[in-house]
Design a protein around this ligand. Structure first.
Ligand SMILES: Nc1ncnc2c1ncn2[C@@H]1O[C@H](COP(=O)(O)OP(=O)(O)OP(=O)(O)O)[C@@H](O)[C@H]1O
Length: 309
């Protein structure tokens, strides 16, 4: 068994390039290893190439160049085994409206060639909280229930690797909790989990390791702890109680003044305690009327990482 669940080398995807569509380089030579047993976050802004990458793993999009190995099986040389090793919960709610959840799971299991006696439709329905809806048509299911069913469908062939593409975009708190409980449980049972998300908080909570892609390129790949340590920038927004004569100064402080008079002070919490920021403000003779702090969000992370490049 390979030590990495997924190995990606020089992965490139170019869309279009026909007479009416300009060429789009969605992935530009990605190298990435995803360790077995990890909960791995794939982050990136809209259009970064996350879905393209996931769809290539799922066998839904054909790569232009590069090598993909899933659970030790090269996608080109062992397409059947590599496909059988991975289950994907897609972003779109693409379900056949005329199948009931139980039928949908059975059909999916049939597509993957799972013998009848190895099928676990009822167990999966229970796991995703759809046992009451086992016989209802998909078209009568709520959006949240459809997502649960998509998760169930991704699991019918007992994959080693489960990919969740934006699983919590627009879902309510209850479903989010159910999803994360299931993800934790499956991971404890040894399943490698890959998830894409826009929410840094979610990645922070769930993922051991994170890769960030931007414009089809890998811009960071590290353990979550290390990544967040690198990205511990804070912003303090101060509303002064009167005109500002001079801006606060101090090591590690990046101070600007907004059009409305507010001071925007960026600093790293690991290097500069909030008290040092406030002391610098007082030393500049500024009285504070109001203050708030903001943590770096994914957008800042991107700006920082892409700027660094
Ligand atoms: N079928 C396609 N034909 C042409 N261009 C495409 C196609 N699919 C995606 N793209 C382009 O490739 C780039 C990467 O898209 P992709 O959907 O992989 O990004 P993403 O990171 O998943 O974004 P999002 O978070 O919005 O889903 C984008 O510029 C997108 O417009």
């Amino acid at each position: 068994m390979a030590a990495n669940a997924i190995e990606i080398r020089g992965l490139t995807k170019i869309y279009g390039g026909g007479r009416n569509s300009p060429e789009k380089r969605a992935l530009q030579g990605i190298d990435l290893d995803i360790p077995q047993g990890s909960v791995f976050g794939l982050l990136g802004p809209n259009g970064a190439g996350k879905s393209t990458l996931i769809n290539i793993l799922a066998g839904l999009v054909i790569k232009t160049a590069g090598r993909v190995t899933i659970w030790g099986f090269d996608q080109d040389h062992n397409p059947r085994q590599s496909r059988a090793s991975i289950g994907v919960m897609p972003q779109e709610l693409n379900l056949d409206p005329f199948f009931t959840p139980r039928e949908a799971l059975e059909v999916q299991a049939g597509l993957y060639g799972v013998p009848r006696r190895q099928r676990r439709s009822d167990e999966i329905l229970r796991m995703v909280g759809l046992e009451d809806k086992a016989g209802a048509y998909a078209r009568t299911l709520s959006g949240g229930m459809r997502r649960r069913l998509l998760l169930g469908k991704a699991l019918v062939h007992h994959p080693h690797v489960l990919v969740l593409d934006e699983p919590t975009a627009g879902v309510d708190i209850e479903l989010r909790q159910m999803l994360w409980e299931n993800v934790r449980k499956l991971n404890q049972q040894g399943m490698t989990i890959i998830l894409t998300t826009h929410y840094l908080e979610e990645a922070e909570e769930m993922c051991d390791e994170i890769a960030i892609i931007n414009l089809g390129q890998l811009v960071a790949r590290d353990s979550t702890v290390n990544l967040l340590r690198r990205l511990d920038s804070r912003t303090m927004i101060l509303h002064p109680d009167g005109p500002v004569g001079r801006l606060p100064e101090g090591e590690g402080l990046d101070v600007t003044q907004r059009g409305d008079g507010a001071l925007v002070i960026r600093y790293r919490s690991a290097e500069t305690p909030a008290e040092a920021v406030l002391a610098a403000v007082r030393a500049a003779g500024i009285c504070i009327r109001d203050v708030k702090t903001e943590q770096a969000d994914l957008q800042d992370v991107f700006l920082e990482l892409t700027r660094r490049r």
